[in-house]
Design a protein around this ligand. Structure first.
Ligand code: KIV
Ligand code: ZN
Length: 515
């Protein structure tokens, strides 16, 4: 089917406005890596930097202009000769290049920052665009703080800069002040009041100070904008810029409303987001739309059941479409049996109804203690149930280990052996040693501990510690025991008992005397 939707150009300014995020400082190599990824992603224009600001920025623009193909490379300049000369020199090697010139037009900027009257601003803007136009084909002009500029003055500046040769007119909401209705109205008014507006592409550039940058950009598209300036993950000055992935996916998901397309390869979105996050050091919040860790994670049992029955019940985007991988049913205390069984099946476990019931019960108990249950937690839960087919000779009824600085740890243990209670206490070199020595006393025999390993099977402070022991009895019988718990001393004791019970089980099956 041929694509009939008209195209919106995606102008990526991650390397320029995004790099203006407090604390972000990208080197030339990192900028090149991001630029390469942006080209793969399919952006139309890369704003590679603001060359006059530093030699590093200038060099990055030069390298990107020299090496990245298939996109337009753009550089930013104030409406002053020095800025424009350096930017033009840096862009030289790009087969497709654009100079982006800006000058503030709002009253507050004119009065306090530039100390210039309207006429002078108009004169400089026209001069700068003409200067640029003689030296490069594509000139974008931005009346900075356009959304707070008097409309009649804004219309005049736009008309004059188009006359001077600007091919793109960008309308920045520099301080993130506008709202969707107002911004759409402004873009429509520009189309209605600037006589030569059709000779230029109208672009928008929104900041997120009120959390409205994406909504404002989308409203502007409905008002006639055909280029959107944005950044990956919404990085940028202060609260950031409009997030590219959100704009792209909003237009794609709501084709019915936007009727426009972008050239973005959706499947490269997550990879790009991760790269930008890694290189800028700006962590993506878990609940960030499209690329956040939780963007496709369902925790509530009702939602999980719905997604398993029909994905679209609770998912408006297929995670695979944006390169996210599969949607995740995050197991937690809200998860139901469906999600649990599904996850266990995916991990390769074929559980009987009885084992499933018991595993699910244990999982519920664990998820009361742990916020998120990871894949490895699940394995441990399921395997601990499977191992239970081994008949238990000894069962742990009570465990207390007290450990104090400069005192030998004291263990107190109670076991049940076929209805009989055995209890003892004792000390040792450490809490595990105290527990094991006490266990030996209780059992009435000593096992040789051939190996003891402990590892964290999951991540986080509330991770499960899994203890594996390998023991040998005096008669030479060997067994491995394993147990996982958020309490590693308990895991150690239960793993030991697990091994003891296995030895017993084997012996009783073989009709041999016990240990
Ligand atoms: O926010 C802004 O106004 C800018 C301009 C340079 C376009 O970043
Ligand atoms: Zn900006």
């Amino acid at each position: 089917m041929s694509e009939t939707r008209r195209k919106i150009d995606i102008f990526d300014t991650t390397l320029r406005d995004g790099e203006q995020s407090p604390g972000v400082n990208l080197g030339v190599r990192e900028k090149l890596e991001i630029a390469r990824q942006l080209a793969t992603l399919g952006v139309d224009i890369i704003e590679a930097g603001f060359p006059v600001t530093s030699e590093g920025d200038a060099e990055a623009v030069r390298r990107i202009a020299g090496e990245i193909r298939g996109v337009t490379v753009c550089a930013l300049a104030r409406a002053v000769e020095k800025d424009m000369t350096i930017a033009l020199e840096c862009l030289k090697k790009a087969p497709r290049r654009r100079l982006h010139v800006f000058l503030a037009t709002s009253e507050i900027h004119r009065k306090y920052k530039l100390r210039k009257a309207k006429d002078e601003i108009e004169r400089i803007a026209v001069w700068a665009v003409k200067y640029a136009k003689k030296r490069i084909g594509e000139v974008e002009f931005s009346p900075e703080d356009a959304s707070r500029t008097e409309r009649d003055f804004l219309f005049r500046i736009i008309e004059k800069t188009i006359q001077a040769g600007a091919t793109v007119i960008n309308i920045p909401d520099t301080v993130g002040y506008t709202t969707p209705g107002e911004f759409r109205d402004l873009i429509e008014a520009i189309h209605d009041n600037v006589p030569n507006i059709r000779k230029a592409v109208v672009s928008v550039h929104c900041h997120d100070d009120l959390g409205l940058s994406v909504a404002n950009s989308l409203a502007a598209v409905l008002g006639g904008a055909r280029q959107v300036e944005c950044t990956v993950n919404g990085v940028g000055e202060r609260a950031g810029n409009a997030a590219m992935e959100e704009i792209v996916m909003a237009m794609d998901t709501r084709k019915d409303l936007y009727r426009f397309r972008t050239g973005i390869r959706k499947s490269a979105i997550c990879e790009t987001s991760r790269l930008v996050s890694k290189l800028t050091g700006m962590v993506v919040q878990p609940n960030k739309a499209i690329v956040g860790k939780n963007a496709f994670a369902h925790e509530s049992g009702i939602h999980q059941h719905g997604v398993l029955a029909k994905r679209a019940t609770y998912e408006i985007i297929r995670p695979q479409d944006v390169g996210f991988g599969e949607s995740q049913l995050v197991l937690g205390k809200h998860s139901g049996r469906h999600a649990f069984a599904n996850s266990a099946r995916k991990l390769g476990y074929r559980l009987s109804k009885k084992d499933l019931d018991e595993s699910f019960e244990r999982f519920k108990r664990l998820s009361d203690k742990k916020k998120e249950v990871y894949e490895d937690d699940l394995r441990v839960v399921v395997e601990s149930v499977e191992l239970e087919d081994v008949k238990k000779e000894y069962e742990l009824k009570f465990l207390k280990v007290v450990s104090e600085t400069s005192k030998a740890p004291l263990a107190e243990i109670r076991l049940d052996r076929r209805g009989r209670t055995l209890s003892a206490s004792g000390t040792g070199d450490g809490p595990v040693d105290a527990a094991y020595k006490t266990l030996d006393r209780l059992l009435g025999f000593k096992l040789k501990l051939l190996d003891y390993t402990i590892r964290s099977v999951t991540v986080g402070k509330d991770a499960l510690g899994e203890v594996t022991v390998w023991v040998r009895s005096a008669s030479g019988a060997e067994a491995r025991g394993r147990f996982a718990s958020t309490d590693v001393i308990e895991a150690s004791v239960r793993a030991y008992l697990d091994a003891v019970n296995k030895i017993h089980f084997k012996r009783s099956k073989d009709k041999l005397p016990t240990v």
